[in-house]
Design a protein around this ligand. Structure first.
Ligand code: SF4
Length: 270
């Protein structure tokens, strides 16, 4: 019997690309830590959208707004209760206010998606598991596509949508640089036989919440670049090379990295 191929998780490789040291702590040392308040909002809104899209897939219509809000609220409250929210030293002094903001953001962004975007989406695949095998490479990569729509007439692949909750509107052209959307496109190209359109749907937590939708696609050359990135990341992991994030990366801070307070690469700044 041949040797079983190792299957790498795409989201873990993405984590590795941002900070190898954080990847090492989480996935090699198995030192799991919760993410920050923004991630709790993202998880809660994701859950609401997921349930709404599954409902629409079956019934052809969306859930009502109050149900979408309630799903997001319950999910966020559950994460907070289970202490799955990392807070920086400063944030710990503002716990009650942060909890209130997280719950409020989760509710208002779930409502926004439910009212304005969900009615326009025609879901084909939801949380779809994918695996990519590359010729000549002894491992595979897997992940999940949040949402892919049914193809338009005369098309083979439907639009892939990635929804994110954000503090500010992303700069124009962000959709073209998303590694996540490039990898999803690569899988759809292999699976459906066509490079799909992609959409970055940002739910923005400004005072008055708003949606920013950017659409784009990928070229064959860009899909090859994604493949090369995957190969480089796996080579790094397999070689035990865990480079720290650059000191000026937004992630490398007490607010966004749960390992910051003990990290040997930031000691001189604490
Ligand atoms: S503090 Fe910086 S270098 Fe250390 S694990 Fe976190 S992001 Fe990586």
């Amino acid at each position: 019997m041949g040797k079983k191929r190792t299957t790498y998780s795409w989201s873990r490789l993405e984590h590795y690309a941002i900070c190898g040291e954080s990847y090492r702590r989480r996935y090699i040392e198995k030192d799991y830590r919760p993410a920050g308040p923004a991630a709790v909002v993202g998880t809660a809104v994701h859950e609401s959208i997921d349930q709404n899209m599954r409902y629409k897939q079956v019934h052809g219509d969306t859930l009502d707004v109050d149900t979408c809000i309630d799903i997001a609220h319950q999910k966020a409250a559950g994460e907070i209760k289970a202490e799955r929210m990392h807070l920086s030293k400063e944030q710990k002094g503002e716990y009650a206010q942060i909890v209130e903001t997280v719950l409020n953001d989760a509710r208002r962004l779930a409502a926004l998606h439910c009212k304005e975007l969900a009615p326009l989406i025609n879901p084909q695949r939801i949380e779809h598991h994918w695996i990519i095998s590359i010729k000549g490479v002894p491992w595979r990569v897997q992940g999940y596509i949040d949402l892919q729509e049914w193809p338009l007439p005369n098309r083979k692949a439907g639009r892939i949508r990635d929804t994110k909750t954000k503090a500010a509107t992303p700069p124009k052209g962000s959709v073209d640089k998303s590694d996540q959307l490039t990898i999803y496109s690569l899988w759809s190209y292999i699976n459906d036989g066509e490079i799909p359109e992609v959409s970055m749907d940002s739910l923005v937590k400004t005072k008055k919440e708003k949606i920013d939708v950017q659409t784009g696609t990928r070229t064959i050359e860009q899909l090859n670049c994604a493949k090369n990135r995957m190969i480089a990341a796996v080579k790094g992991v397999e070689a035990g090379l865990f480079l720290p994030a650059s000191r000026d990366h937004w992630k490398c801070s007490d607010k966004y990295c749960p390992y910051y307070r003990e990290c040997k690469y930031t000691k001189g700044w604490r």
